[in-house]
Design a protein around this ligand. Sequence first.
Ligand code: PEP
Ligand code: MG
Length: 539
Amino acid sequence: MEIQGKSVFGGIAIGPLSVYAKADNVVKRTKIQDPEAEIERFQKAKDKAKEQLQELHDKALKEVGEANAEIFEVHQMMLEDGDYQDSIRNIITNQMVNAEYAVATTGDNFSQMFAAMDDDYMRARSADIKDISNRVVSILQGADNGGIRSDKPVILLAEDLAPSETVQLDKSLILSFVTRGGSTNSHTAILARTMGIPSLIGVDYQDDIDGHTGIVDGYKGILIVDPDEETLAAYQKKQDEDNEKKRLLQELKGKDNVTLDGKKIKLYANIGGVGDVPDVLQNDAGGIGLFRSEFLYLGCDDYPSEDQQFQAYKTVAETMAGKQVIIRTLDIGADKQVDYFHLDKEDNPAMGYRAIRICLDRPEIFKTQLRAIFRASYYGNIGIMYPMIISVNEVKQIKKIVADVKKELDDQGIPYGDVEQGVMIETPAAVMISEELAKEVDFFSIGTNDLTQYTLACDRQNAKLEKIADTHHPAVLREIQMTIENGHKGGAWVGICGELGADTSLTETFLRMGVDELSVSPSRILSVREAIRKVDLSK
Ligand code: PEP
Ligand code: MG
């Protein structure tokens, strides 16, 4: 069976199909016959939860330091608590009910008990008890590995994935993403490109293909279910040829991003977190042009502390060893929702309370992030850019806050480096006032994903608009041209960090417009370098 979709990243994937297990918040109470077997299920899930917590502890220790890793040790100890386990066993045996229900009920009861205590420390444990119970319930429901019901790599099928879901996924288990919904610029698509794996959107599959063998053809945009032997062999051959092409691209490592007539540009990478840095180095990017810092916030249950952020930024800056790392300040809201921000539900979130609007409205959150970034700037070459700008006044407000942060650090004797500051040009308003904006900043980075949605009035999350949201629309290309010209007039360098920057059919166009930098998914670096090296601007 062959199902047509739309490709968001080329390549071939072959493997078992697995339907994403959405975290089910509703825990059903079902009657069981064999309480011993149910207790055994709980024991296994608890052991698996402890393993996951140990892995999280080790990862956090490396990325954000001991103080922040400690919580995972505390969670492991709580799972072994005798009273907690007795309560679960008693509920299973006395009520003859399923383990999920017993764990969730115990979690609720204990958490209420802790919340009612006088001691501050014990009260704070209330959320932890809920957290560990949710983890065990997810494992029991088969939604462990972040929603992948397998311990072996799979082609993951989903309706669509929210950024808060993608951060939980165990990436080593994903051969390819296939979604029913989604759009070319949705975050699942961006993640697929970062990981460099073939992926499709708009594939109308039935859930009963779960467990069958599948082939994703990221060139033709098709999913093949239960291929016959001949098809399988043909695709295995194609996959080998692809690997050979990738190997040849590796020969471009260490070479300049230079046109035939000698124009050099910067070719940087987009990342979502510390975990993407090895891909950046492996693909030989000249720096990081977009560090989507909100993924740090998406991966937490509460606001990440200044130190937690500092460790992450410092690690990236140090690992990049002097190469520029541009951190985009918090771009939360719209499709990137985090519970603890308590944002109101909006009818029109893409045009709502998001990104810099929240930061300027809640300066305590913004200042914490800025302090962390400036402190980390001492350890490498850091730049900062601000998302969703629509006015010069916003930039002036930002500069005032930045000046306050620097003064505070000076007063405390905390060192920081020279930090280039820029704005993202991702609203038509920013394009129209780009001449004025350029006088205020060091650089522009054009966010074509949002710029396209706002210019064409096409919600980037809406799969139905895929056909009309033309990424090569002349309106968008003219806006890019205008931004580059105005940026240069005002003395700012100009890059593109939206997905369009990696579109090699436009590389020559961008170079002729005078772009100074392209920032693309790590997996696209070498193909874009290849495209740059074929252009002759003298002709
Ligand atoms: C963009 O809008 O083009 C961009 C790079 O930012 P994001 O995709 O994170 O909104
Ligand atoms: Mg954007």
